[in-house]
Write a protein that binds this ligand. Structure first.
Ligand code: ADP
Length: 721
C-alpha cells in the first residue's frame, strides 16, 4: 500500500513522505485497514522494528487533526519516553503540540492541558488518573507501547488497570511483541488483531556450539571453538555485534575480553575517536572499566551506567564507532539499537532461588535486534549453547512459540495499591462495585472466575479498614479517609504508608537521619540493597552502635527478616554518606554499587521522603519536626551537610558548587549578595551563566560585566587575523 492511498489527512501523508517513506510495510497496511482509522480498537502484535511506531503516529495524528482532543502514548521506561518525544516532535509542524511527562507522581500536571500528544510512562499516567487531572476527559486515544508487559510481575498490574479504566472511554491501540495469546488480549480489549512475523530485514537464526554454527535451515558453518569468534567475524566484515549476557559483571568481563580482540581491527582514526570518547566519561570505577573496553571499540551496557554514559554508548554504536556492545537484557526491551549480528551468550539467569530459563518472549526480543534497516540485507541472531543441548535451544527458542501472557493483577503489592485507588480516587463505593470493576479486567477475562481474586480483595479491604485508609459505614459503604486518599495520590504502597504512620511517634521523639533512612529502606517501595555475606557482621555492628537512633528493633539472627534488615542498614548508610558529602566515587567503591544504582536509590528515597512528609502533615504535625524533615529532604536531594542548605536553594547550585562556595568563604546568600562578581567567578564551577542565574533568582540588579566574563580561548585564525 502506498502512503498516498491512505484515507487520512493530506498534511499527514506529506510529513511521512518527507521522511522518505512512500510505501507502507505489509503489516502496517493491514493494521491501517483494520478499522483503527475509523475508531476501532486494535492490538498490533508484530516484531520489533517492523514499524509499529509509524502506525501509531498515523492513527494519532489523523484522529487529532480530525476530531481534536488528546492522544496519550504510554511507554514502559523514562528513556523511551524521551526517545518517542523526540520522534513525535516532528508533528508540531502540523500545529500539534507534543509533551512528555515522567517524574513527580504527586501532581495533576495541568500544564499538559495545552498539549495534544502526551508521552508518559504507565506509572506516571496511572498517578495522573488518580489525581483526576481535568484534561484526561479530553483523551480520545491511548496507545500502549510494549503492551506485553501486562505479563510482567512488577509492572503488569499498572498497565492492566490503566487499560481497564480507559476501555470504553477512549480508543485503544495496543502495540505488542509477538506473544502466545494475542487473541485473548484482543478479545479483552474488544479490538481487531493484526499479527505478523514479517520483518523489514530478514532474520537468520542459529545455534552455536563449540565451533559449529547450525542455522535454522540446517546449513552449518565452522568457526574457532570460542564464541568470541562470532563477534570478531562480524567486525572483520565491517559490521557490528550485540552480545546479550545475564549479569552486569559478565557484561563488563566480556566487554574487556572482546575489546582486546576487536582492537586489532580498528583503524588509527577510529582509535583516536574512541580515545576521545573515553576521555568524555567521568571518573568512577565503572567508567574506568568502560574506558578500557572503549579504546578497543567495545562497550558494556547495563542498568548500572548513568544516563549520560548510556546515551553516549548508544549514539556511538549507531554511528558505527563502537563495534560491539555487551549488554544485559534490559537493552532488549529498551531503546532502538539494531545490529547486524546478535549473539546470545546466556539463556538462563539467576532468579532468587536458582537458575531459570529466560522466557522465549525475551530471547525473541533480543534476537529481533538483529539486522539494521537500510544497512543490512539480513540480520543474524545466534544463541550460544553453553549448558543446554544445541538441539533443545533450537526447538525452544527458534522454532518454539513465545509464552502466553498472564494477568499480574493478583500480585499482592500492586493489587493492594490498586484497590485503595479504586476506593479513594475512582469512586468505588461498595464491595459489589469493586467486584463489578474487577470483572472488566484482563484477569477476569482470562480466568473467567473471580472467586480467588475476590477473596484477595476482601483481605485487602480489611487491611485498609483496619489501618484507617478507608472506613466502612453501617450499610457497608466505603468511605475514603484522608490518609487513604493521600497515600493513593502519592503513589506509594499502602504498606509503606502504614510503616510511616506507625513510626511517627518514635520519629517525633528522636528525629535523626539514620532512623529515617532505615525506615524508608524498610518499605516495599524502596530498591533496598542486599547485604553480602561478608558484610553482614559489619552492618550488624553498625546497627547495634546506632541502635538508639532506630525506630525498629534489631531482629534476631533466626528471624526471617534478619538479612533484609541488614540490607536496610546498608541502604541507610549509603544515604547517610550521601548527605555527609562523601564523594560519589567513594560511595561506589565502598558499597560496590554502580552510578545507575546510586541514582535510582536517591530518586526513590527522594520520593519516599517527600511522601513521608506529606503523610506526617495529616497527623497533627509539630512545626519543628516538619521543618526538620523538610531540611533533611533537601539534604537528601542535594547530598549536602546542613551548613550548605542555604546555598543549594539557589538555582544550579548542587553539592559540588555549594561546597566550593562555602569553602571559599561564601557561606550564605548574604555573603553572595555582598561579594563582587569577580570574586565569585574565581570559585570553582561558578561561571558567568550560573552567576547571572543566581542574581536573577535573587532579584539583584548586579550583572556580570563583559570584562569579568572569562575570555574565550583564541583560535589560530583569531591569532592570524
Ligand atoms: P517498531 O516501533 O515496530 O519497533 P519503528 O516504528 O521504530 O519500529 O520502525 C523502525 C524503523 O523503520 C524506523 O526508522 C522507521 O522510520 C522505519 N520505517 C517504519 N515504517 C517504514 C516504511 N513503511 N518504510 C520504510 N521505513 C519505515
Amino acid at each position: 500500500m502506498k502512503v498516498d492511498e491512505l484515507p487520512v489527512d493530506e498534511r499527514l501523508k506529506r510529513v511521512i513522505k518527507e521522511r522518505g517513506i512512500e510505501e507502507l510495510y505489509p503489516p502496517q497496511a493491514e493494521a491501517l485497514k483494520s478499522g483503527v482509522l475509523e475508531g476501532r480498537n486494535l492490538v498490533l502484535a508484530i516484531p520489533t522494528a517492523s514499524g509499529k511506531t509509524l502506525v501509531s503516529e498515523i492513527v494519532m495524528v489523523d484522529k487529532l487533526l480530525r476530531e481534536g482532543g488528546k492522544a496519550v502514548y504510554l511507554v514502559p521506561l523514562k528513556a523511551l519516553a524521551e526517545e518517542k518525544y523526540r520522534e513525535f516532535k516532528e508533528w508540531e509542524s502540523l500545529g500539534l503540540r507534543v509533551a512528555a511527562t515522567t517524574g513527580d507522581y504527586d501532581s495533576t500536571d495541568d500544564w499538559l492541558g495545552k498539549y495534544d500528544i502526551i508521552v508518559a510512562t504507565a506509572e506516571k499516567f496511572d498517578s495522573l488518573l488518580r489525581h483526576g487531572a481535568r484534561w484526561i476527559r479530553d483523551v480520545k486515544l491511548v496507545v500502549a507501547d510494549e503492551v506485553h508487559l501486562i505479563g510482567s510481575y512488577d509492572r503488569g498490574a499498572t498497565l492492566e488497570m490503566i487499560l481497564t479504566h480507559m476501555l470504553g472511554r477512549a480508543q485503544i491501540l495496543a502495540l505488542s511483541a509477538t506473544v502466545g495469546n494475542a487473541e485473548e488480549l484482543a478479545e479483552w480489549l474488544d479490538a481487531a488483531l493484526v499479527m505478523s512475523e514479517w520483518r523489514p530485514v530478514q532474520l537468520r537464526k542459529g545455534v552455536f556450539h563449540t565451533g559449529t554454527l547450525i542455522w535454522e535451515d540446517g546449513t552449518v558453518e565452522r568457526y574457532p571453538e570460542n564464541w568470541y569468534s562470532l563477534v570478531t567475524d562480524a567486525v572483520k566484515r565491517g559490521k557490528g555485534a550485540l552480545v546479550f549476557v545475564n549479569t552486569r559483571r559478565s557484561a563488563e568481563k566480556e566487554a574487556l575480553a572482546l575489546s582486546k580482540l576487536v582492537s586489532s581491527h580498528l583503524t588509527k582514526p577510529e582509535k583516536r575517536a574512541l580515545e576521545n570518547l573515553a576521555s568524555q566519561l567521568e571518573d568512577n570505577p565503572t567508567s574506568e572499566k568502560l574506558k578500557k573496553a572503549l579504546v578497543g571499540g567495545v562497550a558494556f551496557h547495563h542498568a548500572g551506567l548513568s544516563r549520560t554514559e548510556r546515551t553516549l554508548i548508544e549514539d556511538a554504536f549507531r554511528e558505527g564507532l563502537i563495534k560491539v556492545i555487551t549488554a544485559t537484557p534490559t537493552l532488549s526491551a529498551g531503546v532502538n539499537l539494531p545490529s547486524f549480528r546478535v549473539v546470545i551468550r546466556d539463556t538462563k539467569r539467576y532468579a532468587g532461588f536458582g537458575w531459570t530459563d529466560i522466557p522465549v518472549l525475551e530471547i525473541q526480543q533480543m534476537m529481533g535486534r538483529a539486522g539494521r534497516p537500510k544497512y543490512d540485507k539480513y540480520g543474524e541472531a545466534i544463541i550460544v549453547a553453553r549448558t543446554d543441548e544445541p538441539g533443545k535451544l533450537m526447538e525452544r527458542y527458534i522454532r518454539g512459540k513465545p509464552e502466553k501472557l498472564f494477568s499480574m493483577l493478583a500480585n499482592e503489592q500492586a493489587f493492594r495499591s490498586q484497590i485503595l485507588a479504586l476506593i479513594t480516587n475512582f469512586g468505588v463505593k461498595s464491595f459489589s462495585e469493586l467486584v463489578h470493576f474487577l470483572e472488566r479486567t484482563f484477569y477476569a477475562h482470562q480466568r473467567k472466575d473471580l472467586s480467588s481474586l475476590e477473596y484477595k480483595a476482601k483481605d485487602v479491604v480489611y487491611f485498609l479498614v483496619e489501618n484507617e485508609f478507608i472506613d466502612l459505614d453501617l450499610e457497608g459503604k466505603f468511605q475514603a479517609l484522608p490518609f487513604g486518599k493521600r497515600t493513593s495520590q502519592l503513589y506509594i504502597d499502602p504498606l509503606t504508608a502504614k510503616k510511616f504512620k506507625d513510626a511517627f511517634p518514635a520519629l517525633e521523639k528522636n528525629p535523626n537521619p539514620f532512623g529515617i533512612f532505615q525506615l524508608i529502606a524498610s518499605t516495599p517501595d524502596m530498591a533496598t540493597l542486599t547485604a553480602r555475606r561478608r558484610e553482614m557482621e559489619d552492618y550488624l555492628d553498625l546497627a547495634y552502635e546506632l541502635e538508639d537512633k532506630l525506630y525498629a528493633s534489631i531482629p534476631y539472627y533466626e528471624d526471617s527478616r534478619f538479612q533484609g534488615f541488614l540490607g536496610q542498614v546498608k541502604t541507610a548508610k549509603v544515604l547517610l554518606d550521601w548527605i555527609n558529602e562523601v564523594p560519589e566515587t567513594r560511595i561506589y567503591e565502598t558499597y560496590n554499587i554502580d552510578p545507575g544504582d546510586l541514582y535510582r536509590l536517591l530518586e526513590l528515597a527522594d520520593w519516599l521522603m517527600y511522601s513521608l512528609i506529606e503523610l506526617y502533615k495529616l497527623f497533627d504535625p509539630k512545626e519543628d519536626i516538619l521543618q526538620y524533615l523538610r531540611d533533611l529532604h533537601l539534604r537528601l536531594r542535594h547530598g549536602v551537610r546542613e551548613e550548605l542548605l542555604e546555598l543549594v536553594r539557589l538555582p544550579n547550585i548542587g553539592r559540588k558548587r555549594a561546597r566550593a562556595l562555602y569553602n571559599a568563604g561564601f557561606r550564605s546568600v548574604e555573603d553572595i549578595v555582598r561579594a563582587k562578581p569577580a570574586e565569585l567567578l574565581r570559585v570553582e564551577g561558578i561561571g558567568a551563566k550560573i552567576l547571572d542565574g543566581i542574581y536573577r533568582h535573587l532579584g539583584i540588579e548586579k550583572s556580570v560585566s563583559v570584562q569579568e566574563r572569562p575570555k574565550k580561548r583564541g583560535t589560530l585564525e583569531d591569532f592570524l587575523k
